[in-house]
Design a protein around this ligand. Structure first.
Ligand SMILES: Nc1nc2c(ncn2[C@@H]2O[C@H](COP(=O)(O)OP(=O)(O)O)[C@@H](O)[C@H]2O)c(=O)[nH]1
Ligand SMILES: [Mg+2]
Length: 333
C-alpha cells in the first residue's frame, strides 16, 4: 500500500483533493490538524492509503530503491570549496569531526579515494532483524513508517508482530492497526508500559519477531519517556533503534541524540534521505556515536522505500554531492 498525505484549509477540501488524484477506492487512514512543520501547506492533513497490486513482499533490492543521484551542491564560496575542511563543513559535518578527519589525512594532496576511505573508517552498519526492536525518536521522524516497511518485508522470512506502545495518541494506534490489517500483520496495542515486557515475551516465545512502535516524546514528556524506557530494559535482547530524519541539521540531530540517550540506542536509522543532498548530519551522528546505522528511509511508499544502510552509501552521500567534491578533496588544508 502507498501512503500519501494531502493538506488544505479544511478536512473536506483536503479529502476532495485526495479523491481527485487517487480516486474513490483510496482509503482514508487519518485526518488531523497539520503538524507545525507542515502548517504552511494547510491547516489540516488527511492521510490516504492506496492499495497497490498484491505482490509477495520482496527482500530489499538496492538498484530499485536507489534514489536518483543528488543534485549539484549549492554554490560554495571559492575559499571554502578550495579546502578539504571547507568542503566537509559545507556538508554540515560537525566541526570536531571535520578536524579529526582532516588530521587523519596527513598528506597535503588528498585523493577522492583517500577521503572516501577516511570517511568510511568511522562508520558502522548493521541491519539484521534477529530479535525484538523498539523504534524511538522524535515525533514525525518516520518511526511508524519505517517499522511497517520492515515488518511487511520481513514477514516473508519470519512471522512478525507489530506492537504499538502508546498511552496517549489513540489516532496513531488506529492508523497503525489499519496498516497492519491491510498488510496481514499481527498487531498488538499496549497502553501501559507495565504490560509491554510480558506481551513481547509471549510473542517471542511463539517464535515471532517483535517490532515495537513508540511515540515521540517532547521535552515536557520526560515522565512517560522514562516509564517506557524502564519497560524496555525488562525485555531481553531488545535493540532500541534511534530513528532520525536525514534532513535535520547536524546540531539538531545531536540534540536529539542527547535527548533519546535514555533509551540506550544500539542502532540508528535515517529517514527522508530522498529529501536531502547534504549528508553531514547522517555522517556526523553515525561517526560520533559509533552506533551502527541499520536502515535508510528513501520515500513514503510502503514497503518499497527502505534500504539497508551501507558504509559506501553514506560516504558517497558526503562525497558524491557534486563534482566540486573531487576538486575540494584534491586540495587538503
Ligand atoms: N519523503 C519521505 N517521507 C517519509 C519517510 N519516512 C516517513 N515519511 C513521512 O513522514 C511522515 C511522518 O512519518 P511517521 O512514520 O508517522 O513518523 P513518526 O511520528 O515518527 O511515527 C509521514 O508523512 C511519512 O509518510 C521517508 O523516508 N521519506
Ligand atoms: Mg508514529
Amino acid at each position: 500500500m502507498r501512503i500519501k498525505s494531502y493538506f488544505s484549509a479544511t478536512v473536506e477540501a483536503a479529502v476532495s483533493k485526495a479523491r481527485q488524484e487517487l480516486g474513490d477506492d483510496a482509503l482514508l487512514l487519518n485526518a488531523r490538524p497539520s503538524p507545525d512543520e507542515a502548517l504552511h501547506l494547510g491547516a489540516y492533513e488527511v492521510v490516504f492509503g492506496v492499495e497497490t497490486p498484491v505482490v509477495p513482499p520482496t527482500p530489499p533490492r538496492l538498484e530499485r530503491t536507489m534514489p536518483p543521484p543528488p543534485p549539484p551542491l549549492p554554490d560554495v564560496g571559492p575559499e571554502e570549496a578550495d579546502s578539504l575542511a571547507g568542503f566537509l563543513a559545507q556538508q554540515d559535518i560537525f566541526p570536531a569531526l571535520v578536524h579529526a578527519i582532516e588530521s587523519s589525512l596527513d598528506d597535503d594532496m588528498v585523493t577522492e579515494q583517500q577521503l572516501s576511505r577516511a570517511l568510511a573508517r568511522r562508520l558502522n552498519v548493521s541491519s539484521t532483524l534477529d530479535g525484538p526492536m523498539a523504534f524511538v525518536g522524535p515525533p514525525g521522524s518516520g518511526k511508524t513508517t519505517l517499522l511497517v516497511k520492515l515488518a511487511i518485508r520481513e514477514s516473508a522470512e519470519q512471522p512478525v508482530t507489530v506492537v504499538c506502545a502508546d498511552s496517549q495518541r489513540i489516532a496513531a494506534s488506529e492508523q497503525l492497526r489499519t496498516l497492519c490489517s491491510i498488510a496481514g500483520l499481527t498487531f498488538e496495542f499496549v497502553g501501559q508500559p507495565e504490560g509491554l515486557p510480558a506481551l513481547v515475551e509471549a510473542h517471542q516465545e511463539a517464535g515471532r519477531l517483535v517490532l515495537i512502535d513508540l511515540p515521540g516524546f517532547g521535552p515536557s514528556e520526560l515522565g512517560p519517556a522514562r516509564s517506557w524506557q524502564a519497560a524496555l530494559t525488562k525485555i531481553s535482547s531488545l535493540t532500541p533503534v534511534l530513528t532520525l530524519t536525514a534532513t535535520a541539521r547536524t546540531a539538531d540531530l545531536r540534540l536529539m541524540v542527547g535527548r533519546y540517550q535514555i533509551f540506550q540506542p544500539q542502532r540508528l536509522a535515517f529517514t527522508h534521505v530522498d529529501e536531502t543532498s547534504v549528508w553531514g548530519g547522517v555522517y556526523s551522528v553515525a561517526a560520533e556515536t559509533g552506533w551502527p546505522v541499520a536502515w535508510l528511509g528513501t520515500g513514503q511508499s510502503i514497503p518499497e522505500d527502505v534500504e539497508p544502510a551501507s558504509v559506501r552509501r553514506i560516504a558517497d552521500g558526503v562525497m558524491g554531492i557534486s563534482g566540486k567534491a573531487r576538486a575540494a578533496a584534491a586540495t587538503a588544508g
